[in-house]
Structures are given as C-alpha cells and as structure tokens.
Design a protein around this ligand. Sequence first.
Ligand code: ADP
Length: 304
Amino acid sequence: MIEVTNLTKRYNGVVAVDNISFKIERGEVVGFLGPNGAGKTTTLRMLTGYFPPTQGTCKIGDYDIEESPIEAKRSIGYLPENNPLYHEMKVMEYLEFLGALREIHDSRNRIKEVAELCRIKEIISKTIGELSRGYRQRVGLAQAILHNPEILIMDEPTEGLDPNQVAQVRELIKELGKEKTVLLSTHRLPEVEATCKRILIINRGKIIADAGKDELHKMAKGKEVIELEIKAPKEKFLEIIQEQPDIEGIELKEEGETQKYEISSATDPRENIFNLCVANNWTIIDMHRRVVSLESVFRELTQE
Ligand code: ADP
C-alpha cells in the first residue's frame, strides 16, 4: 500500500533522511516516532509529493508519487505539520472549495459526512480564524479525509493542543484508523501508544526500530528482564527454566566458567529462580533486575 525504497533527502549536503525503506500494508495504523529533527516531516513531504527525494522512491498503491503524482495523491489524505488553513474562510466555504478543487462528486453530501465524523457540525459556519486549536485540528482532519482517501498521513496531529483536545483528536484518529491505512508522525511516545498498532522509530534520518503492536504493548507495560550469572549445567538449566510459567525468553549472553543469561518474564521471576537454583544445587553468582519501559527503549535507541 505504501512502499518506501531507499529514500534519501539531502538539503545542501545535510542528510535529513538517509536511505530508509519500509512497507505499510493496507489497513495498518503505524506510528512514525522520532525526536525533533529526526527526519519525520521530510519523509512525509516526500511521501506526499510535496518535494522530490534526492534518491529513492515512494509508491502509493500502484503509483509512484513522482511518476504519477495525481493518481498517487488521490489515495492520500495529508494533515501537514502546523495544519495550515485559510483563517479568513468559513469552515463550510473552505471544505466546499477543497471539494471543488479535488473534483469530489456530490461534495455537499460528503462534507456532511465528514463534518459528522470529525464532529465539526456545530462550527461549520464559523470563520476558521475564530476556532479553538482543537476545532482547527478537526477541520484539518476533515480536509484530509474529504476525498475519502485510503491512506491518512498526519504530521504531529496533537501538537499545541490542551490535554482535553489531545484526547478528542486521538479518539478521532483511532476511529479513522478503523477504516484507513494511517501513518502518524510524532515525537511523543504516548501518541503512538494511544493510537498505533505498529511503530517505526526514526533517528538521524535512519529507521532504527520497527515493532508490532504486541511487542509495543509488552514494552509499554514494562517487562521484567533479569540478568543472571550462574554456575550450572547449561542444558539442564535451560530445560528447567523454560518450563517455568511467565518466562518469555532466555538468552545466553556469555559462557565460560560461569554462564550469563538474560531472562525476560511477564512477572518478577527472581524468587522462583532462586528456589530452582537451591533445589538443583546451582550457584548464583549474580542476579539483578532491569525494568524495560517503552520510554526507556525509545530513549536508548534515540540517544547517542
Ligand atoms: P522532524 O520532522 O523529525 O523534526 P525534519 O524532517 O523536519 O525532522 O528535519 C530533519 C533534518 O533536516 C533536520 O536536521 C533539519 O534541520 C533539516 N531540515 C529540514 N528542513 C530543512 C530545509 N528546508 N533546509 C535545510 N535543512 C532542513
């Protein structure tokens, strides 16, 4: 549905996006997460045909955004950074204007539908400049989905909103995600936790992580990771430890006179490990616990 291949953008020699590739299938809701300056907006601008890549390609459905921009753009709804709107226009006028521009058949009816979905019916005859930021953002979403695109691309959709407005816009994004393929760019982790099923992390122009919903949830809950150094027969130890409930994974990190393992578990397994070692006459050299939250995963990945 969206296929980005070896995409690169340089601004006067500065590499903003560095040879990235990813695929998003139809119906996926994907968070595009990275710190400020990571290259998110630049990627989205290439993806939406706003400017050309230095290298690489973006395919939207069957169409290459550079070779067939009109066809490709038909399937994209784009809410750009800072949601630029015509402040002097009334909401209805603005949507009618876009309806005509995008050659939408029966645009009045479509505007009604979209106004209902984005909950802007009550402000449809107001001037855009008079609206609260929350309403402006909903008008931005309404314009993005007006031509009923299959793909919705949003750049920092809740930036500058107060907590109530953030919750409302997130709710709306979730609802839209039921029908559409969504790519949502943000530097805020809770944003992707609240709305997305998969997460792509970008840092310094490179994709450094791509995790599915389940993985994300596990990380978000903060799973237990135990670092264990032990003297024990390896096969026997692995056999017994893997049978324990809640143990999700075990990895041998180092092997010599002692063995070092990393054990991940849904609950704290230390007491159980201790008792198993005593029962089997194995020697614990060291055992401690690391709690991994999604926040720390993100920080670890995106720091120096
Ligand atoms: P993000 O959206 O993740 O905050 P951007 O895509 O806006 O990141 O920026 C990525 C990098 O490219 C940054 O280092 C930024 O300074 C640089 N950059 C962005 N736009 C321009 C531009 N028009 N000219 C020169 N450098 C730019």
